[in-house]
Write a protein that binds this ligand. Structure first.
Ligand code: FAD
Ligand code: MEZ
Length: 585
């Protein structure tokens, strides 16, 4: 017998009422008691790494996330920015469940079967013996292009390679795709778009490149920056062609004009893009395998690419052959060891990054002799919610917020680059600051409602009251001076170039912010065709890389909005060149 929906609803009711579950019962036992192992698994039991059949079973009984969404809950895990991910990302059958949201948040949400015993994690270590055995055994599958990593760079590479005729697989180590890309808040930078034209914004490819170089302290590779700027408008067009909405436009720090594109109404860019890319991959029959960590790049005797060893949650260690590999594994902002080694002064900082940002690609590439560019340059974002891992987007300042210290005094041009803003905050008393804004800003920026929902905002009906509850005694004078500068169109205090809003409409809000690790600028050295270079700066034949795993595009300091542009522009290029390389062999 298969559970029907009514039975499922009853089961959920029992679970949520806490009635029918024995204390240490697992989700698997509970289902097996109702039916058999076949309520979740196929017969004979064979679980794919992506747990595809099992997740279809969850949905066929319990419904989709949309159907499960419960408006009465304060925080509804089924309606989260993680999107439509595997149910088994949180609800393990045979082991303790885990609330994926709490990789970044601290929600107190009761999970069904929370008392199930924890099992050893399948991906706890990298087993060199098993890797070697898989290589000795030889490939179990052969493809044209292997993409490693399911963030924006990886998806763009996979889609592009597929469109160029290659047989592609994308391996993602996490139980869900998205990586840091899924967290991107502010937007994607592009020059020469219809959106800029419609708003009457004059911009030039040269200005985009100059701003990126200046922001990067002129340490970027100018050839890569030129491509980023030249192909940025096409990147936005490509995302739109896949179904994205990029109609809103804002200015980010270090940019001379508004060129940060994002969904209408100021929604976060990352969850939207990842949702679009996931669907685009499904529509194109791209084989995306989650729970699949690539642990080795295998080379032929002539040092060209032979394939990878992938460690699957259920399939174990296997070698997969391909003539081209695209490394799109993201940065290392959550790898404490690497941060301590490359940027010791940031060792104890919080991080805005997804737990997936562990620098695997850098390790994999280094092992086979790839060269690194600017590997020790790590960016601190100035405005991470204090004592949290939640980014308060730079576009909050772009849209109009001011930044003040604990006395309520402004101390810097809010639109300066991140390195300067972070340094300035760390020089203030107690090393934190406040962003202050009003209801006009909240109306323009959907994401601010999210910060309110998370309880991060102080709120008051007057600036005086806000000053009182936050202990910022100089705030009323600061706001009154700022409103004058805004009216006159000239910031006499700090030369802020763009002041789109005054602070006059109640209620007024403040959020505490402090710098935290945000982006790792350095990584694998690439050329303009996304080929990975070795220590002699020669191509490693068949190895390509794109996105945050690479170095060179952003120099010593990345501008807000340039990373997503990087992932789309160079992800597409990597995919195209990887396909060409594999198909011409
Ligand atoms: P990721 O998106 O991190 O994807 C890498 C993927 O590879 C991950 O899913 C990871 O699990 C997987 N992976 C890693 N190792 C392996 C392995 N061994 N085997 C298989 N899979 C592996 N940039 C902007 O331009 N605009 C913004 O508004 C913006 N906002 C941001 C907000 C936040 C909170 C953060 C953290 C970053 C933001 N950034 C923004 C930066 C930007 O999001 C990232 O630099 C970019 O998305 C990185 O994309 P990626 O595809 O290179 O890597
Ligand atoms: O590019 C970024 O990292 C970005 C725009 C982040 C943000 O503050 O929104």
């Amino acid at each position: 017998m298969k559970l029907n929906k009514i039975a499922s609803v009853m089961a959920v009711m029992l679970l949520t009422s806490g009635v029918a579950i024995a204390k240490d019962q697992s989700l698997a036992n509970f289902h097996a008691d109702m039916d058999s192992c076949q309520s979740c698994h196929s017969k004979p039991i064979k679980v794919s790494d992506s747990e595809t059949h099992e997740n279809q079973q969850c949905r066929s009984c319990h419904g989709s996330y949309e159907e499960l969404a419960n408006e009465k809950l304060k925080f509804d895990p089924h309606a989260s920015h993680l999107g439509d991910i595997n149910c088994t990302s949180c609800h393990s059958g045979h082991s303790k469940p885990q609330l994926t949201c709490n990789n970044c948040h601290n929600f107190e949400i009761d999970m069904p079967f929370a008392d199930t015993k924890e099992k050893k994690k399948w991906d706890a270590g990298w087993n060199q013996d098993k890797i070697q055995k898989a290589i000795d055994k030889g490939p179990v599958e052969t493809l044209d292009v292997i993409v490693v990593g399911g963030g924006s760079a990886g998806f763009n590479a996979a889609i592009s390679a597929k469109m160029h005729g290659a047989k592609v697989v994308l391996f993602e180590k996490a139980p869900y795709t998205g990586g840091n890309s899924m967290l991107a808040a502010g937007g994607i930078n592009a020059v020469g778009t219809p959106q800029q034209k419609k708003k009457g914004i004059e911009d030039k490819v040269e200005w985009f490149a100059e701003d990126a170089m200046k922001g990067g302290r002129y340490k970027n590779d100018p050839k890569l920056v030129k491509i980023l700027a030249e192909e940025s408008a096409d990147a936005v067009k490509w995302l739109e062609s896949l179904g994205a909405n990029m109609d809103d436009l804002k200015r980010s720090g270090g940019a001379r004009v508004e060129r940060t594109h994002r969904p209408s109404g100021g929604a976060s860019v990352g969850p939207h893009i990842i949702d679009v890319l996931r669907k685009a991959a499904v529509d194109r029959n791209i084989d995306v395998r989650v729970n699949s960590r690539v642990e080795k790049i295998v080379l032929n005797d002539d040092k060209s690419v032979a394939g990878v060893v992938v460690h699957g949650r259920h399939s174990g260690y296997n070698m997969i052959a391909a003539d081209s590999i695209v490394l799109a594994t993201g940065g290392y902002g959550m790898n404490k060891e690497m941060i301590s080694w490359y940027r010791p002064t940031f060792a104890n900082m919080t991080s805005s990054n997804n737990v997936t940002a562990t620098g695997d690609g850098i390790k994999l590439a280094k092992e086979i002799g790839a060269s690194m560019t600017d590997i020790d340059w790590v960016q601190a974002h100035p405005t991470i919610g204090k004592d949290s891992r939640i980014l308060i987007s730079e576009t909050v300042r772009g849209v109009g917020a001011i930044m003040v210290n604990t006395d309520g005094k402004r101390f810097i041009n809010e639109l300066t680059t991140r390195d300067r803003a972070s340094d300035a905050i760390l020089k203030q008393k107690d090393k934190y600051a406040w962003l202050v804004f009003d209801e006009q800003l909240v109306e323009k920026k959907k994401m601010v409602r999210g910060y309110e929902h998370l309880g991060m905002l102080s709120k008051a009906n007057t600036i005086e009251e806000l000053a009182k509850i936050t202990d910022m005694n100089q705030l009323p004078q600061t706001v009154s001076a700022y409103n004058k500068y805004q009216k006159n169109g000239k910031d006499d205090a700090f030369g802020r170039e763009d002041m789109p809003l005054n602070l006059t409409k109640a209620p007024f809000y403040a959020v505490k912010v402090a710098p935290g690790i945000h982006h790792t600028m350095g990584g694998v050295a690439i050329d303009t065709d996304s080929n990975v270079l070795n220590l002699q700066s020669w191509k490693i034949p068949g190895l390509f890389a794109a996105g945050e795993v690479t170095g060179g595009v952003h120099g010593f300091n990345r501008l807000g909005g340039n990373a997503i542009a990087d992932t789309v522009v160079f992800g597409r290029r990597a995919g195209e060149h990887a396909a060409e390389h594999a198909l011409k062999k």
